[in-house]
Design a binder for this molecule. Structure first.
Ligand SMILES: NC(=O)c1ccc[n+]([C@@H]2O[C@H](COP(=O)([O-])OP(=O)(O)OC[C@H]3O[C@@H](n4cnc5c(N)ncnc54)[C@H](OP(=O)(O)O)[C@@H]3O)[C@@H](O)[C@H]2O)c1
Length: 319
């Protein structure tokens, strides 16, 4: 298929590398509002557009990958679907439940493929770790912990995408969705109750957020997300007969199964930069006429958007 890129920043480069590793998938066109001239020089074989609209008008583009800042995901996705393009949109799909619902509804109405790029869910090692956890070999699962925090050169830039509220910055949208997604694989998306606390940035976004969730039936979870602190980036799934430790869980290539003194290490490398697996899944779904992936469904996106909205509402006391 011919892929078009809407926005071309940091993550688009890593996605491109993965795309180039998948046979039959072509980086056909790029649209960048800030960088088209340089991209034209760098990719002379590709079509480069200065506006997103121009790329969407290109009849030879089959599917678009949207990696703009969070605030633009809704508008970019709606425009792409209205131009008849299949869409893979970076997480979060929308910055509210209403946005995500409108996006999913439009994709369903147009019978086009739509996927939130929750790449973790497609990684072979991640899937195997979840399969092992579900198999019962570590007993009934009682507790999950997962943290994902980083501090980068843009963590202190009030205008940058992580801290700027106008770009829908904040830790929960950017990294906090990964722990919640892992927890959803084992406990679902609907905790009976949760408590969330945040350290707010001077710009008014959640720069660090901790969440305790209670799923009933003696099932608890705890997450930490930050775009200001470099944290341990590990997930642990605790069962009554052992635990599974996933270092770097959101880009999982290795995990450990602990049972008493016994430790088994499992290594399953991902292809290229890891995004290849969601690309392969997208291509297979579209080839088979599917409008969503069973590995991360539109319902997953909607449930995730609802949970994120509920959590942010308690933090910011919005009505
Ligand atoms: N899956 C992953 O592993 C992963 C990792 C990091 C980020 N992400 C997600 O990918 C998306 C982009 O992240 P990124 O790190 O690639 O961001 P980025 O490099 O800062 O920006 C991506 C693009 O967004 C547009 N943009 C940035 N700042 C803007 C502004 N102030 N006003 C208008 N447009 C602006 C630009 O589009 P133009 O090129 O058109 O100018 C830019 O190329 C986010 O949704 C993020 O959550 C995913």
């Amino acid at each position: 298929m011919n892929w078009g890129f809407i926005g071309f920043g940091r993550i688009a480069r890593k996605f491109l590398e993965s795309l180039q590793s998948v046979e039959g998938e072509i980086p056909f066109a790029f649209a960048s509002r800030s960088n088209a001239v340089a991209l034209r020089e760098e990719f002379p074989e590709a079509r480069v557009y200065e506006s997103y609209e121009a790329l969407l008008m290109d009849p030879q583009v089959d599917v678009v990958y949207i990696s703009t800042t969070h605030n633009f995901h809704y508008g970019n996705t709606v425009a792409a679907l209205n131009h008849g393009k299949h869409v893979v949109c970076e997480k979060p799909l929308g910055i509210s439940y209403a946005e995500a619902k409108a996006m999913a509804d439009l994709a369903r109405e147009k019978k086009l493929f739509l996927l939130e790029a929750m790449w973790m869910r497609f990684l072979p090692a991640y899937r195997e770790a979840i399969r092992r956890a579900k198999s019962g070999e570590i007993g009934p699962i009682r507790h999950i912990t997962a943290s994902f925090g980083f501090r980068s050169e843009i963590s202190t830039n009030p205008d940058g995408r992580l801290m700027n509220p106008d770009l829908a910055g904040g830790a929960l949208y950017d990294v906090g969705v990964y722990p919640l997604t892992l927890i959803s694989d084992l406990f679902g998306w609907e905790p009976e109750s949760f408590k969330a606390h945040a350290i707010k940035s001077i710009t008014g976004v959640d720069e660090t957020i901790q969440i305790q969730l209670d799923f009933g039936d003696d099932r608890l979870a705890q997450t930490l997300g930050s775009v200001a602190l470099n944290t341990n980036k590990e997930a642990c799934i605790y069962g009554e007969a052992g635990y599974i430790k996933m270092p770097l869980f959101w880009k999982c290539e290795t995990f450990e199964v602990h049972k008493g003194e016994e430790v088994e290490t499992v290594n399953i490398p991902y292809q290229s930069t890891g995004y290849a697996h969601e690309i392969i899944e997208t291509a297979a779904c579209i080839a088979n006429g599917k409008t969503e992936s069973e590995l991360f469904t539109l319902n997953d996106s909607l449930m995730s958007a609802q949970l994120v909205e509920n959590i942010l509402t308690t933090i910011f006391k919005k009505k």
